[in-house]
Design a protein around this ligand. Sequence first.
Ligand SMILES: *[C@@H]1O[C@H](CO)[C@@H](O)[C@H](O)[C@H]1NC(C)=O
Ligand SMILES: *[C@@H]1O[C@H](CO)[C@@H](O)[C@H](O)[C@H]1NC(C)=O
Ligand SMILES: *[C@@H]1O[C@H](CO)[C@@H](O)[C@H](O)[C@H]1NC(C)=O
Ligand SMILES: *[C@@H]1O[C@H](CO)[C@@H](O)[C@H](O)[C@H]1NC(C)=O
Ligand SMILES: *[C@@H]1O[C@H](CO)[C@@H](O)[C@H](O)[C@H]1NC(C)=O
Length: 791
Amino acid sequence: MLVTVLVLLVTLCALGGTAEERQEAQRPGHVSVVILGGTGDLAKKYLWQGFFQLYASQASSANTFSFYGGGLSPADSAKPVFFEILKAVSCPKDLSQERCAVLKEQFLRLSQYRQLKTLEDYQGLAKHVEQQLQEEGMTEAGRLFYLSVPAFAYADIAEKINSSCRPAGGAWLRVVLEKPFGHDLPSAQALAAQLGTALKDEEMYRIDHYLGKQVVSRILPFRKENKDSLDPIWNKHHIERIEIVLKETLDVKGRIPFYDQYGVIRDVLQNHLTEVLMLLTMTPPVNVSSIQEVQQNKLEIFSSLLPLGKNQAVIGQYQAYKAEVQKELNKTQDHVSLTPTFAAVLAHVADARYEGVPILLTSGKMLDERVGYARILFKNDIFCLQSQDSVHCKPKQIVFHFGHGSLQYPAILVSKNLFKPVQTDAGWKEVTEHANVSVLGLPLSDYYVQTPKVQREAYAELISHIFAGCKNNFISTENLLASWSLWTPLLSSLKGSFPRVYPGGADNGGMLDVQLKGNEISFNSKVVIISPDQVGRSSTDGFQVMQGKFRSAEMVSAWAEELVERLAADLQEAAEAAVRKEGVFHLALSGGSTPIALFHRLVLHHFSFPWRDTHVWMVDERCVPLTEAESNFHSLHDHLLQHVRIPYYNIHPMPVQLNQRLCVEEDGGALLYEKELGKLTNGSSFHFVLLGVGYDGHTASLFPGSKVKELRQSMVALTESPIKPHQRMSLTFNAINQAHRVALMVMGKGKHELITQLSRVKDDPEKWPVTGVKPTHGTLIWYIDYDALIG
Ligand SMILES: *[C@@H]1O[C@H](CO)[C@@H](O)[C@H](O)[C@H]1NC(C)=O
Ligand SMILES: *[C@@H]1O[C@H](CO)[C@@H](O)[C@H](O)[C@H]1NC(C)=O
Ligand SMILES: *[C@@H]1O[C@H](CO)[C@@H](O)[C@H](O)[C@H]1NC(C)=O
Ligand SMILES: *[C@@H]1O[C@H](CO)[C@@H](O)[C@H](O)[C@H]1NC(C)=O
Ligand SMILES: *[C@@H]1O[C@H](CO)[C@@H](O)[C@H](O)[C@H]1NC(C)=O
């Protein structure tokens, strides 16, 4: 049985590594393995297991080993933990119990914990290795450092290794790194440059454990072996769509401090799914052993990928995430994290072969099942009039099933209406016993199924590659930077976007289904309007929009994203109606952070909004220069005005700065705005006024205790805010209440207390200014999201 493992290792090696590397790898001698972070989670779960399997597979070779667990803790305290971890490694399936027990005892004897913190610690380790080599008269084969530590420590450790732990006399040095390799292009470049001063490129092994998955590493060989069948159909004329999917059922509780800074795109799409995309679309190398050719062909695909923008992605966040963030990051109730835990991205390779083929990459936490796969769905041009169950009517597809899901095991599946794949790899077998399961719409019996004879853990697989010096399944610097170049613009464009909130698990239903249209992707589910008599129903069954009453005015409520969509749609409808009737639409907008999501929605999804005939006015303004970030106009400009085609002379900022000073009564700024309003609007009436509400019940810049009655005659006034900047200019109730339509937008859990209070208090504009909003002829609608309404 041991022989099988050795054979496997040799076949793996045949797939990668240059001739020199293989020769080097085969030079027998002593190998020192150092795992930094040797008592951490990853080491405990996978690494020591992987190295034990490596040791077992090499037991009858000419190599000898020592293993070091390195960490920051002193040896006294870490040692017991370390040996507990080592004792827990399990026997490879292909090894007898007796043999395994012997090997395990040897493995424990060859292992020790060392504190590796200071430069002296590293020098001490080097000295220890050299002494051992000398005493036992061994030649050195190489040193392997596995950095299972946070990425910020990489550069420092790499320098220490370079300055004190390089082996002498032609032995190899290999340093293994785990993601994240930066969080965007500039940080990845900086990290690569830092590492480059201490380590040579060929010494670095950047792990993407997905590349160690057996099915993933079979993609290229499969494509080559089945070239004759695939060549005619592996192109835009025959491929309907490519899907690369990693669904998880777990949440990220306990890992928020890390996860909240990364999110699903950086955590999964930028690396794992992108690598699978490369393997599926790159030109298979003529010589799979040539690392240069493999890397070159990958880079070619990167350069053909169309850039990813906001319209190529949809994002989501599971409902409980917000509370987890507040708890783990010590944030208050109104803290909102925009980090996505779900993303679906539509990519396109713009070359002659794949042009126009949609490539969907998607992953998320808290989904209905755990599964990973890539599916190539082919077009089926057969029209079945009657015998719809016959094989030629069914989907034509190839599924690279990485694991889990209904199938449970890794496999490559080819639907029987395509072709029968050849099977040459001695480590794989054909499955002929078809369990009663179906995979992506087809019963297993409708597929040719291939599966590995022995299932191996991705880490064990990659560790054997590192030992063999096969670099094909690792991420080169160029590859890494190319990937970040692809993802960084998308990540920047998503900044500030609200993810769709989903309940998690089976309850997600169709909420995260997406629609691919040309070059754009969107959520498939449309907003559903429930009639007012259903308002009393429990909130959990409706991820929808409901309508009801609040403070005896109309209310629309939904989860944030749907609410914003609904408000944007209502706004557009009002604009179109006004333009039809009067040729113009006068809109007054508030500042603050709540409307920003609305602005983004208007920019991105309402291309037909009549901006040309719209006049934009301000509800209120802070007495700061318009060029400052605090200015409401500044924010409105950044988030909305600069992105839409609105004529300059239709934009009406409040004149807070006159005679080179801010909001001085004698300068008459408020009166000036009032006059402009009177001149351009019909009877000073806005068609639409958008308002928010502050925690203290203020609206516009009308604060509790302000003498609203004294403002009775004017439309625009200078007011005082209890918070900085204190001076404001604001529309008065006169102006607001003359509007045709007033929308009051309230969002976020932090506003729940306020909403509860507002539902009870009587009209009292001195104490609760928002209760003074009472359009005399027009309508008032509250837009309240579920977080604010339900808490
Ligand atoms: C390693 O350190 C030496 C000096 O000790 C330096 O000359 C060299 O450039 C460093 N980097 C590499 C990749 O060897
Ligand atoms: C394939 O590439 C390897 C590594 O570069 C090389 O040693 C080998 O000769 C190549 N084989 C062929 C058939 O070109
Ligand atoms: C959260 O706050 C508590 C109490 O103020 C403090 O003990 C704890 O260290 C904080 N945690 C973080 C992650 O800041
Ligand atoms: C296969 O499974 C389905 C549902 O799990 C069941 O309804 C059906 O009877 C099963 N068929 C056979 C042949 O066992
Ligand atoms: C101006 O407003 C009045 C009263 O609301 C209305 O009757 C009239 O039609 C409006 N004029 C125009 C030109 O729209």
